[in-house]
Design a protein around this ligand. Structure first.
Ligand SMILES: [Zn+2]
Ligand SMILES: [Zn+2]
Length: 413
């Protein structure tokens, strides 16, 4: 959807009017040490229109939200002595939290073929999310949508990250999870032990989580030795890799063959050796399944397992000390959803298409229908109700759905 070609003044005013109602009724108190943070806000179609703003108290933050009604509101993961000064060095960094993000648009899932579509400037179009037109090579415009499948995948990674944080790093406190307000989750690490970590330490953490530059030999996998050995003692990545090898036998041999480059016939033979492989591992030996080529074979298998066990965390954004990120409990201007804080114990049952939909509360926001014109939308569901598909048509929908569609480029009628 291109926002630039149309004037969305009416829609922006509509969103702001309702967002203001929300801020009137809800106090946002989700930022620890407010006075040390830099804030930024966004307007229709632009997530960060201004930054280098600071507030001396939570009360003043809330006054700002009610008076200005930003459609996006972000704060720095860093703590500064002078958060509103420019340039960055003048702020005097005092420390920073770490925030890891899992967004459905960065995760490859098959549902994208169903709900995403693209078109290129020359008029070619198709399903799915791609970068360049396969016909003419031009960059394409993608209409992106989300469903419970891709959001479920993002949530699965959150649980896996929490396991890493607790089991491998021993972090027990200061872990906060919130919905991004659109299509993902943010995991904030706010413990005191995190705050003073320098860039180097932050890089080490990401390398560990993403299995970057992992040396299997150093972990105890004797790929070059004869016989090929594997570690038996427990411990973090060793446990994950060993478990991953065991789980391999539950997968489709054709998929494993495709990844490792070995023939399907060979892979099926390997799968038949399941019991031998597992009992060998208990003795610290990797079964020589491929004779003289076993070294290469096991290296490929370990690479595949590491690739599945690692976390798809964006390196750049997670080590950036100066990034600003959605303020939990504020509204997201592309959906109208609340960037809700989620206690870890409630994450499992959190439904990203119901729980953050604040405008579905008819007692607070009324039950009237809103008429909108939608150029294109797949079938989607919100609050247990199903909408669409729409194509160049007018429809009367509940307020929460109208707000969601406007965020995606629909116009008021
Ligand atoms: Zn094209
Ligand atoms: Zn999906």
């Amino acid at each position: 959807m291109t926002f630039s070609k149309i004037n969305f003044q009416k829609e922006e005013t509509f969103l702001k009017r309702h967002f203001q109602e929300y801020y009137k009724k809800n106090f946002v108190g989700s930022v620890p040490e407010v006075e040390r943070r830099e804030f930024g806000y966004g307007v229709f179609g632009r997530k960060i229109a201004d930054r280098n703003i600071s507030f001396s108290s939570e009360k003043i933050v809330n006054d700002f939200l009610f008076a200005q009604v930003p459609l996006f509101f972000s704060y720095s993961t860093a703590y500064y002595r002078y958060p509103n000064r420019k340039p960055m060095e003048a702020k005097e960094l005092l420390g920073a939290d770490i925030v890891y993000e899992f967004d459905a648009d960065d995760i490859q899932t098959s549902c994208k073929e169903k709900h995403d579509s693209w078109k290129c400037p020359k008029g070619h179009f198709g399903k799915g999310a791609i970068e360049n037109c396969p016909e003419c090579g031009e960059g394409v415009e993608v209409s992106q949508w989300f469903c419970s499948e891709c959001l479920g995948e993002a949530k699965r990674h959150v649980f896996r990250l929490i396991d890493f944080l607790k089991d491998d790093f021993g972090f027990t406190e200061g872990i906060e999870v919130n919905f991004s307000g659109k299509a993902g989750y943010h995991i904030h690490l706010q413990g005191k032990e995190i705050r003073n970590l320098g860039r180097g330490a932050r890089i080490e953490l990401v390398d560990y989580l993403t299995a970057s530059g992992m040396f299997f030999e150093k972990l105890g996998y004797g790929i070059s030795s004869a016989p090929i050995t594997c570690p038996r003692e427990d411990g973090a990545w060793r446990k994950r890799l060993n478990k991953g090898i065991e789980n391999l036998f539950e997968k489709d041999p054709e998929r494993v063959a495709a990844f490792t480059g070995f023939s399907i016939k060979k892979m099926k033979k390997f799968f038949d050796l399941k019991q031998e492989v597992l009992s060998g591992m208990r003795r610290g030996i990797l079964f020589p399944a491929e004779g003289r080529k076993s070294k290469e074979f096991w290296k490929k298998i370990l690479e595949m397992v590491a690739g599945e066990e690692m976390l798809p965390i964006d390196r750049q954004t997670s080590i950036d000390l100066h990034k600003i990120i959605r303020v939990p409990e504020t509204l997201h201007g592309e959906t109208g959803f609340c960037a809700k804080r989620i206690p870890v114990g409630e994450l499992k049952k959190f439904d990203p298409f119901t729980d953050p939909v604040v405008f579905a509360d008819e007692n607070l926001f009324g039950s009237g229908l809103v008429k909108v014109f939608i150029s294109k939308a797949p079938r989607f569901s919100l609050c247990g109700q199903s909408f669409g598909p729409f194509e160049n048509e007018e429809s009367e929908v509940p307020l929460f759905c109208a707000i969601y569609l406007i965020g995606k480029g629909a116009v008021l009628r």
